[in-house]
Write a protein that binds this ligand. Structure first.
Ligand SMILES: [Zn+2]
Length: 337
């Protein structure tokens, strides 16, 4: 009997798919967030009514394809992977928290569920354990480059021990400080790289629409650079999944509400003046091994930002090992293997 079992297991080992542990070793994950970048600019391009500077008009408005002129790499995920959130084509992504601003958005995205207790942007250490912390605990190399200091609290740096870069000169534009630091990490790619850019949101709050466009364009170009670096490295080529998303959307352009975002929820009531309708809208882009287009998410059934956490785990082959019972399911973009 023992011999039979041995023979049987030998046969099974031969016909079974590669061992999970081996697969896990091979996988890499890149997460890029572009704070408050709207689905409207991603899919429609620059809003002509908001661009006055001639150079910006020439580059982003008079272009034959406005969307492709702005964030072409992100847009290319529609062909190379999955791109969710083009509401003009009945594809929908949204945040599932009730607040529609940054800390609740990042907390939802990284822990896999909205936490109703997170209703502030203050740098209060996150009680939830994020997937980045779970992955670091498993011994994966995780590196974070974030333009927002509060990311240290969201990732609970003191508890997680994660390595988190934030801009040394907080008074200067943030992304141009984050990008070179993250670029230096590409020489020895970590298993999990998170780059959180955000001059999009910073400039939009200032009402600087053209600078918001420039920040989006630069974020897109850097995301492409990261992807190309992982594909050029024999260790990571063909083994890397990239996810690009945002922590929230913005208000609508017509009434000048594009500058801000938020549900207006304050102490249990909605304050109409604070409410930016539509700023719960989002986009989620995924590409990598086995990732393909999905028709699963319509205006009647939106993908949610909370699904990013389980999607990250799935891409690394660690969903069964690390998913929590209250986590939203992975996005329906990964073909069964
Ligand atoms: Zn903001």
């Amino acid at each position: 009997m023992r011999h039979l079992m041995f023979a049987l297991s030998a046969v099974l080992a031969f016909i079974a798919p590669p061992a999970r542990a081996q697969e896990v070793e091979d996988r890499y994950l890149i997460l890029v967030t572009i704070d408050g970048y709207r689905w409207e600019e991603l899919f429609r391009g620059a809003d002509p009514a908001l661009v006055t500077d001639p150079a910006y008009r020439a580059r982003y408005v008079d272009a034959p394809d406005r969307a492709a002129a702005l964030t072409p790499f992100l847009l290319s995920f529609a062909q190379t992977g999955a791109l969710i959130g083009n509401r003009d084509a009945n594809s929908c992504a949204r945040v599932s928290n009730d607040f529609w601003f940054s800390y609740p958005g990042y907390a939802e995205m990284l822990s896999g569920r909205p936490n109703p207790a997170v209703r502030y942007n203050a740098a209060i250490p996150n009680d939830d354990v994020t997937v980045l912390e779970r992955l670091a605990r498993r011994g994966l190399s995780v590196r974070v480059f974030a333009e927002w200091e509060t990311m240290r609290a969201i990732l609970n740096e003191a508890r997680s021990g994660l390595s988190i870069f934030t801009p040394p000169d907080y008074g200067a534009p943030h992304d141009p400080q984050v990008i070179p630091a993250a670029r230096a990490a590409l020489a020895d790619p970590p298993r999990v790289l998170y780059v959180a850019l955000g001059d999009t949101d910073n400039r939009a709050h200032e009402g600087e629409y053209e600078q918001y466009l420039a920040a989006a364009s630069e974020a897109d170009a850097f995301a492409r650079e990261i992807w190309d670096a992982y594909q050029a490295n024999p260790r990571t080529a063909g083994r890397t999944t990239m996810i690009i998303t945002a922590d929230h959307g913005r208000g609508r352009a017509g009434d000048d509400r594009w500058r801000g975002h938020g549900s207006g929820r304050w102490r249990g009531i909605i304050v109409p003046g604070l409410r930016h309708a539509g700023s719960d809208a989002d986009f989620i882009a995924v590409r990598g091994p086995g990732v393909g287009a999905t028709q699963s998410y319509s205006m009647e059934h939106c993908a949610t930002l909370s699904q990013v956490a389980a999607t990250m785990l799935t891409a690394l082959g660690l969903h069964d090992a690390e998913a929590q019972p209250d986590m939203a399911p992975p996005l329906d973009v990964l073909a069964a293997e």
